[in-house]
Design a protein around this ligand. Structure first.
Ligand code: ADP
Ligand code: MG
Length: 328
């Protein structure tokens, strides 16, 4: 057990975890699948592995404890704590085990076999998501984000690379990953200066203003835009131009990609890409938005079609979410 005074420190990092940190060599219990890694970021490499005792597949996130000469164990502990906190939410990737070696820690995560939604976002339009796919996936992303926000956790790096799929074809369910930039916003201390990915970053982050759950909602707005059109709405030729586009809310809704979409999709995006954080729709608001309501057709299909085992599982999942979401 790792403890600290109040369970959180001044910079919005959680510092108490209940997962046992294992010190035996990781490879004693897992076979690391040779070949291509699942992904990599600045300080982490993710590899597929198989638990020897069960034959189950997992994703191992190897994280260096020292980065740029700084000890980052506290940040890794925070990431573990957030994964634990979201353990009851099926929209967030599950943490199985944690290993610690001399210079790195390994987070053994539930394996999301469908990979990043990034691939479909940048695909040719015929291979890209259909509007109905985006609606379904967006509902799931919002369920995950609403869960986090109810726990005062802001993700701060919501983008297609950090939203994974349980399967690609048929299109499965989403899993939110990567809590490396996430923070707790309930603390009395204001959080500023955390920098996500230029294209997805909210105006208040650029202006060094306080960060809140609304900061994630801006990124959700950019994310929906990209998922529906394949266009990154604020991307400029360089970082400076991107930042200028964001701070001026220089965004177009007249691209031809919008022509075939439901008009309420544009209203949905417009309710998020708003400069003032307090005016943006919350995750709960978004789930109630007209664009995401099930149509009569959706309902008819769900009633008339024989329930496949997969659907049944999904239904149980939803109930579970509802039950575990009840605020006290
Ligand atoms: P970083 O903090 O370095 O961005 P991430 O947690 O985002 O680390 O992981 C990097 C990449 O590894 C992800 O974008 C994704 O492609 C892949 N990845 C991460 N977790 C999983 C997982 N549970 N299952 C499959 N792939 C994963
Ligand atoms: Mg990432």
């Amino acid at each position: 057990r790792v403890r600290c005074e109040s369970g959180q420190n001044r910079s919005g990092l959680l510092c108490e975890i209940r997962t046992a940190i294992r010190s035996e060599p990781f490879t004693e219990r897992y076979d690391v699948t040779p070949g291509r890694e699942l992904g990599r970021g600045k300080f982490a490499v993710v590899r597929k592995c198989v638990e020897k005792s069960t034959g189950k597949e997992f994703a191992a996130k190897y994280m260096r404890k020292r980065r740029k000469g700084q000890d980052c164990r506290t940040e890794i502990i925070h990431e573990i704590a957030v994964l634990e906190l979201a353990g009851a939410c099926p929209r967030v990737v599950n943490l199985h085990e944690v290993y610690e070696m001399a210079s790195e820690m390994v987070l053994v995560l539930e394996y999301a076999a469908g990979g990043e939604i990034f691939n479909q976002c940048v695909a040719d339009r015929d291979e890209a998501f259909k509007e109905d796919d985006v609606k379904r996936l967006m509902r799931q992303i919002l369920e995950g984000v609403a869960f986090l926000h109810r726990s005062s956790v802001v993700h701060l790096d919501l983008k297609p690379q950090n939203i994974l799929l349980t399967s690609e074809s048929p299109l499965g369910h989403i899993k939110v990953v990567d809590f490396g930039l996430s923070r707790l916003v309930s603390s009395s201390h204001e959080i500023r200066e955390i920098m996500g990915t230029p294209e997805y970053v909210a105006p208040e982050v650029l202006n060094y203003e306080p960060i809140s759950t609304a900061t994630d909602m801006w990124s959700i707005g950019v994310l929906v835009y990209v998922m529906l059109t394949g266009i990154s709405p604020f991307l400029g030729d360089d970082k400076q131009e991107t930042f200028l586009n964001i701070s001026q809310i220089n965004v177009s809704y007249t691209e031809e990609e919008f022509e075939t979409l439901d008009e309420s999709a544009i209203l949905f995006i417009k309710s998020l890409l708003i400069k003032e954080p307090e005016s943006r729709a919350t995750a709960e608001d978004c789930l109630k938005h007209q664009w995401l309501q099930l149509t009569e057709q959706d309902l008819k299909e769900s009633i008339c079609e024989p329930v496949s085992p997969d659907d049944e599982e999904e239904e149980e999942e939803e109930l579970f979410v509802m039950a575990s979401y009840t605020p006290d």
